[in-house]
Every structure is written in C-alpha cells, then in structure tokens.
Write a protein that binds this ligand. Structure first.
Ligand SMILES: [Zn+2]
Length: 322
C-alpha cells in the first residue's frame, strides 16, 4: 500500500492544491460514520471548495478506497460558535479550566409537563467545590451544594473572556456510585437549547469486548475527533484535581491506536461512542474524564443515565430560519 501512495503522491499533490497529506489508515470515516477498512487518507484543507480548474479528488487508488478528511486549521476553540454542539468548550465562569460537551440528554422526569434538557459533561469541569461533592457521596440534588448556583459558560473562560452563561448544573456526581461503587465524574447541565433529535439507545454492556477489537470514538475540545480501542472494563484509578487525589473504581479504559493521543486536558466530559462494526453507527459508552497509566478513563454512561434519570438524544442541526 505504501508503494501505491509513493506512486501517486507526486501526481496528487501536483493536481490537487487542497491536499496537504497522504497516509494509510485502517478506519474509513465517511460522513462521520466509521468502519474498519484499509484505506488511503487524503488530508485536505477544505474539500467542500474545489479550487477552480481542478478535477475532483480520486475515490480510489489502485483499488484502495480513499478517505477524504478535512484538516481543520486551528484558530482556537469554539470561535464563532453559534449553537452548542458535541465537543464544544465549556467551563465554570471566570475559571480558566476547559471541559467538553459530552452527550445531549433529556430528563425522564417531568416538572409540570416539562422535561428538562441539556447536556452531560464531567463534574470536575462543571462544579467548583467538587471536593465537597466527593465527601458527600451523594447526588448534587441530595446534598447542601444544591442550594448554590453552578453556572456554565460556553466557550470556557480559558478560551474566551466573554464568559457567556448558557446553562446551569442541575445534577452531578463525583466519586463512586451505588452498591457497585462505579466511578462517576459527571454533571447534567440544563440549557435552553431545544434541538434534540431521536433518542439514542445504549449498547448492551454484555456485548462489549475488552480485548482491543472494539473501536470507540470521541469528540473533545482539545483533540477533536479521535479513535481508540476499548481495553478495560473495570479500571481503577487515582486522579489529581486541584491538588487533591481522588479514587475512582470500575471505569472503562481506552487506549489510543495511533500516534495521536485519544484524550488530553480540556477533553474532560467528552462523550465516548462505540463504533458499530457493521454499519458504523455510534452508540454511547461513557464520559472520558481522566488519563491514567497510558489509558483514558471513561465513566460508564449506563450508570450515569440511571443515577441522573435521563436519556441520551441525538443532536439535530438547528433549522435555518434566515
Ligand atoms: Zn462551541
């Protein structure tokens, strides 16, 4: 396959000014859907704008499919971001610590017919006194911290001084939850955003394999879209937050599969999805919140939705009303 690339590289660079890199990958990511397939990746600056006079990019080279990927030029996080999306930068007002928007959720409990909706992220990027939350060993709604207001800004103050409040934390847990003592670092932020699509059902935990054969994807504020493999089903870990050490049990562990790290600072709270082998569809497995011994710790989404009594929903692009 390297030979194929060598043979065509010069010609591709000469004929397609938008291509900035060519590489081999074993994951094809077409239209945000992933599947395991050996392919040639064409890294482009922006494939939607075809430079004048140039022919379209090849769909395959010597029989190998081409995967055209856009390389975003990074100017910063959430620059000009109008609506909240998966992977957006969020944080606590006036605190220079960024987290990521994980999953969009809606409460299963109604208050006078209204179901509260918003998104999930990690507790330690959403709640200032998370040490107190850890001490109380209870849900935010069931301890004295609930009487304080926990506002959330988008983009995070680390990324934008505008400090625009977009919602507040209405439920959270930080520690080991329930009789199974499952590590949870999660917060439910209520927002005014109403563009939720279909409910997404969670994969059956019985069907998850931890031998490295199952691929997962996450989208976070710092590293963007990355792919890793599930390797641990009950990972214990210690994390340091604001100088204090916290112990978590029973988390999923994810390892990176290529040189790019799966998770970095600022990605806390991002949603990790299992990539379906057959159709490439994405199913929520958990929230990435820490990095420990070369593995990313992911707290289990099933325990979180049960603890918070919420369901996960798809994001729907807002209708263009202009
Ligand atoms: Zn944003």
């Amino acid at each position: 396959m390297k030979e194929v690339i060598k043979r065509h590289a010069e010609q591709i660079f000469a004929n397609h000014s938008s291509v900035i890199g060519i590489e081999i990958s074993n994951v094809m990511s077409h239209h945000d859907r992933m599947r395991n397939e050996l392919c040639i990746v064409l890294l482009c600056l922006d494939e939607s704008k075809l430079p004048y006079g140039e022919s379209p990019l090849p769909e395959n080279l010597d029989g190998y499919p081409c995967d055209i990927r856009k390389e975003f030029v990074k100017f910063g996080h959430c620059v000009g971001c109008q609506t909240l999306n998966i992977g957006c930068s969020i944080g606590i007002p006036l605190v220079k610590l960024a987290g990521s928007v994980g999953f969009f959720v809606k409460s299963n409990d109604s208050t006078q017919g209204n179901f509260k909706s918003g998104f999930l992220t990690a507790a330690h990027v959403a709640i200032g006194p998370c040490d107190e939350l850890y001490e109380h060993k209870s849900l935010l709604s069931k301890n004295p911290l609930a009487h304080k207001s926990h506002e959330i800004v988008h983009p995070s103050y680390a990324d934008n001084a505008a400090n625009a409040v977009i919602g507040k934390v209405i439920e959270s847990f930080f520690g080991n939850y329930g009789i199974n003592e499952t590590g949870i670092d999660a917060a439910f932020i209520q927002t005014n955003q109403r563009n939720l699509g279909e409910e997404i059902h969670l994969p059956d935990e019985k069907n998850l394999l931890f031998n490295g054969s199952m691929l997962v994807k996450k989208r976070g504020r710092t590293t963007g879209d990355t792919i890793g493999k599930l390797v641990n089903k009950d990972m214990p870990l210690c994390v340091r937050v604001h100088g204090r050490i916290y112990e978590f049990k029973n988390c999923f562990g994810v390892k990176q599969i290529n040189k790019e790290p799966f998770f970095e600072k600022g990605d806390s709270g991002s949603g990790v999805y299992l990539i379906d082998e057959k159709d490439g569809s994405l199913k929520p497995v958990g929230i990435a919140f820490a990095f420990f011994c070369s593995e990313t710790a992911v707290c289990k989404i099933r325990e979180i939705v049960e603890a918070f009594n919420v369901s996960v929903y798809e994001y729907e692009e807002p209708m263009d009303t202009s």
